[in-house]
Design a protein around this ligand. Structure first.
Ligand SMILES: NC(=O)C1=CN([C@@H]2O[C@H](COP(=O)(O)OP(=O)(O)OC[C@H]3O[C@@H](n4cnc5c(N)ncnc54)[C@H](OP(=O)(O)O)[C@@H]3O)[C@@H](O)[C@H]2O)C=CC1
Ligand SMILES: O=C(O)CCC(=O)C(=O)O
Length: 417
């Protein structure tokens, strides 16, 4: 048996359709939600350091803005394509609905491996992208943020170029900015922190103590590294971590601070001197751990490896890491999967707080932001947990159902159906 599809957009549509059917909403709701409202494709010519000119392809997909402005990150990665961006924007709509932040879904990206570019080339590419999408974004229209391969520096170039292009000083048009350049305290930590607290709450539900619990994390970028830090802070041992080079292992728990320092210099986990063992990156999924956190890319838990999983809880830091077929197998086995649209919603939640602070020209303390994030995510977790039992569905379907109700209500008031 193999997967029906690995196309992330078809998977996103399947997930939305399943939840619409379960809820029994009018057909019009899925008809509207099955496609993004707009997808822009742009060509971005960049003068390379060697004097040549290279044209890169970029996208911005705006899925649905019934609840509020489109919101979602921008990915710089060699595998970015139109359907991936459409899927990511779809997932954003339902993620915002899950935590109840007043946004719709958007997502952007450029097909490029940023590691192949110099800082100058990266800046010119980022500015070209901001100029190209400027006509369709805005502080109250569509608010991009970081995703794989982008960060606060890229957001800062976006802001500057947007201002040059439109003449408008609008720090709230992008979130995920550096803290000393209109960013919010606790945004950098937010997604990983959320992934950790959602695992903590799932553990509570099944009576799993985090003290000494073991964790495996795929991906050690923004999301994976902060998830690791917070899990250790809660008493757990992160025994395995992978990136595209390797999976490193230590039965006593990896030293996360030392690994962060190592990765800063070496750009990879392979060769970390603090590891007991080094394995192929894909061996991470079969590790004998209590909690698994996929924090890299789509389609990582599939029919190929789902039966190797020994974890009791999967907290999805990445967007779309699990195929529907693998999802069903984990549900049947009683593995709790905290779905991406809830587990990684900390990022957009604190992006919302950043935006509110920007609009008020005011800032909150780290503790205040993190407390607000935790309160919101814990409530969403509890609501979804209740809904899951009421309808006898998995957490992902329950999350979509909760979200669809909110979005369908807004669409109804607007007279869209
Ligand atoms: N940043 C945010 O606020 C949010 C991010 N997300 C999602 O979380 C995921 C990670 O994002 P983020 O941490 O920001 O991205 P980063 O670019 O910071 O990190 C991505 C990580 O994934 C690793 N990776 C890539 N391919 C593989 C592979 N085949 N096996 C193992 N590891 C791999 C990368 O390793 P290497 O460096 O070796 O390539 C890197 O460590 C994405 O799905 C993103 O959409 C979701 C919500 C918010
Ligand atoms: O911070 C944001 O606005 C969105 C982050 C993001 O891209 C995501 O949640 O996938």
């Amino acid at each position: 048996m193999s997967e029906k599809t690995l196309n992330p957009f078809e998977i996103a549509q399947q997930q939305v359709k399943g939840a619409c059917d379960k809820l029994g909403v009018e057909d019009a709701v899925y008809e509207i939600l099955k496609n993004p409202m707009r997808v822009m494709e742009v060509a971005i010519p960049v003068k390379m350091d060697d004097g040549s000119l290279k044209s890169f392809v970029g996208y911005r997909s705006q899925h649905n803005d019934a609840v509020g402005p489109f919101k979602g990150g921008v990915r710089f990665h060699q595998d970015v394509n139109r359907d991936e961006v459409k899927a990511l924007s779809t997932w954003m709509t339902f993620k915002c609905g899950v935590v109840g932040v007043p946004y719709g879904g958007g997502k952007g990206g450029i097909t490029v491996d940023p590691r192949d570019l110099s800082q100058g080339e990266l800046q010119r590419l980022s500015r070209g992208y901001a100029r190209a999408i400027a006509p369709i974004i805005g502080e109250k229209v569509d608010i991009p943020a970081p995703d794989v391969g982008t960060n606060g520096q890229v957001m800062s170039w976006f802001i500057d170029e947007y201002q040059k292009t439109t003449g408008e000083f609008a720090p709230g048009v992008f979130t995920g900015k550096p803290v000393d350049f209109y960013g919010s305290l606790a945004r950098n930590e937010a997604t990983g922190f959320g992934v950790a607290i959602m695992a903590r709450d799932a553990a509570k539900k099944i009576g799993l103590s985090l003290n000494g619990a073991t964790v495996a994390i795929q991906g050690f970028g923004n999301v994976g590294s902060f998830a690791a830090i917070y899990m250790v802070g809660m008493g757990a041992k992160v025994t395995a971590i992978s990136d595209h080079t390797a999976c490193i292992f230590d039965e006593n728990g990896l030293d996360i601070d030392a690994l962060i320092e190592y990765v800063k210099g070496n750009k990879q986990v392979q060769g970390f001197p603090g590891a007991q063992k080094e394995l192929h990156r894909d061996e991470l999924f079969g590790m004998d751990v209590d909690i698994l956190m996929p924090c890299a890319l789509e389609n990582q838990i599939t029919l190929k490896n789902v039966n190797d999983i020994k974890a009791k809880i999967v907290s999805e830091g990445a967007n779309g890491p699990t195929t529907p077929e693998a999802d069903k197998i984990m549900y049947d086995k009683g593995i709790i999967v905290v779905p991406d649209i809830l587990a990684n919603a900390g990022g957009v939640t604190v992006s919302y707080f950043e935006w509110v602070q920007n609009l008020m020209r005011y800032s909150w303390s780290f503790e205040e932001v993190q407390e607000k994030q935790e309160k919101l995510m814990v409530k969403s977790f509890d609501d979804i947990w209740t809904l899951m039992h009421e309808h006898n569905v998995d957490m992902r379907t329950a999350g979509y159902m909760m979200s669809i109700k909110r979005i369908a209500t807004a669409m109804k008031y607007r007279g869209w159906y």
